[in-house]
Design a protein around this ligand. Sequence first.
Ligand code: KIV
Length: 286
Amino acid sequence: MTDRKKVTLPVLFDKMAKNNPITMITCYDYPMAYLVEQAGIDIVLVGDSLGMTVLGFDSTLPVTMEDMIRHAQAVRRGTANAWLIGDMPYMSYQPSDESAVRNAGRFMAEASCDGIKLEGGKEVVSRVKAIVAAGIPVMGHLGLTPQSVSSLGGFRLQGKSAKQAKKLVDDAKALEDAGAMGVLLELVPDRVCGLITRRAGVPIIALGSGPTAHGQLLIFHDMFGLYPRFMPKMAKKFGDAGKVIGDGLKQYVAEITDKTFPGPENWFGIKDEEYDELVRLVEQEG
Ligand code: KIV
């Protein structure tokens, strides 16, 4: 437990107003959430990236609401004070406003989230309005939106041309006007992110989109060498937990093999008289 205060929307807006950067990270389980809480991170996103980082799929598309709720509950148990966002998985909001409100409500009721995130711009405005009208804060997500990776032609920089960038500017405004509490910009050129940030009345969070946003997000597994398949340019390694765990596992195998593990400190004994009685009972039965 930490003694920090609960992060609320006014706390986030205050940081934005004072130009104090907002910290955000993805998180998928209890032990990670415990560490994130100790570090005092403002916003924790239970991202559907867990489909790739934790479940080993090639994309986020197979992730279900049940997966998301289970992981969000575990994360909430580890971090009582971060502003917790549940990421709406593929097809949990695309079909209708009604499905969007119902599934957003599940994050709030079943996992004690503080808000939800969904992908898209103008095309999801009616979803954002419906969820906000139900009293649920919404973070928008523009730029590289992994649920549309097929239409986007792969995991690549978005908004490179003036025309594409103008669409991002318009989409960010549309999300804000619809009531979004903030917008995440993933893999957008730095100056496009800067322009959107200057015009925004809600926090803009950058993931691989440069330094000028109100806050920064990274994917936990990229930061600590825990995603063996790929390390995106936008990520920075802040530690190598993957190496620590890998070395530890090799040592575990070696110590079992050479019989140095377990040692007496790792097991429990039984009193001589109880053991003698046990042997007598077993032998009595033949
Ligand atoms: O699922 C996720 O972690 C995300 C980030 C990539 C922004 O949506």
